[in-house]
Design a protein around this ligand. Structure first.
Ligand code: GRF
Length: 212
């Protein structure tokens, strides 16, 4: 596909969502390609997965900067150098500065393993079990200043089984994440979904922004 959007993926670890995006971009009609993968951790396993796929990678270690702003400025510089149109956070474990959020406003996506706005923050799967919800899932949203609180693009639902522990529920949600993130990125990259103030708008012929 001509005119594919160039995506920068930010990771900190395993990179299984990154792999699901890499696989999606192999389809000829996919509207995005991955231009660069940035990690704040040199030992993030996802870096190897990107390199295996021939994708440029860079480590930008937050510990070598004094504070969030200069770290985020280095991220933005690297993303700009790679001519990135869209940023996908995929297990990136640093909170962004307001300047970074503004810079990539409407162009930065994040995935979170709960049905937002429920269970923002860390270990949402454990808290879903604790709360006794019967359905959970994953959400892809535009990034806003408040963590896990930006306008929702797409959601995928999974059952919570009475036999679940945190690992079992996390695995079921992760499998859903791997279906959902490629769908959400395709919606945004193709122009079928876009940020409009506090909400996401969808083109009339947009594929449904949910999975079950
Ligand atoms: C995923 O559960 C994602 O939703 C959360 O962090 C995890 C990252 O996993 N933000 P991976 O690195 O993509 O395998």
């Amino acid at each position: 596909m001509n005119g594919r959007k160039r995506v920068g993926v930010l990771i900190s670890g395993r990179g299984s969502n990154l792999v699901s995006l890499i696989e999606a971009t192999r389809a000829p009609d996919y509207a995005a390609e991955i231009a660069i993968v940035l990690s704040n951790r040199a030992n993030a396993a996802g870096l190897l997965r990107a390199q295996d796929a021939g994708i440029e990678t860079r480590v930008i270690d937050h510990k070598s900067f004094h504070g969030r702003e200069p770290f985020d400025a280095a991220l933005t510089q690297a993303l700009r150098n790679a001519n990135v149109d869209l940023v996908c956070n995929a297990g990136f474990m640093r909170l962004h500065s307001p300047g970074f959020v503004r810079e990539w406003h409407g162009r930065q996506l994040n995935i979170h393993p709960s049905l937002l706005p429920a269970f923002r923050g860390l270990r949402p799967q454990a808290r879903a079990l604790e709360a006794g919800v019967r359905i959970s899932g994953a959400t892809v949203h535009f990034v806003a200043e408040e963590m896990d609180a930006g306008p929702i693009i797409a959601q995928g639902a999974v059952p919570v089984l009475t036999s679940d522990d945190e690992d079992a529920l996390s695995a079921r949600i992760l499998a859903m994440e791997h279906r959902l993130y490629p769908l959400a990125l395709q919606l945004v990259a193709s122009g079928a979904a876009w940020l409009d103030g506090a909400h996401v708008n969808f083109a009339k012929d947009s594929p449904p922004p949910f999975l079950m």
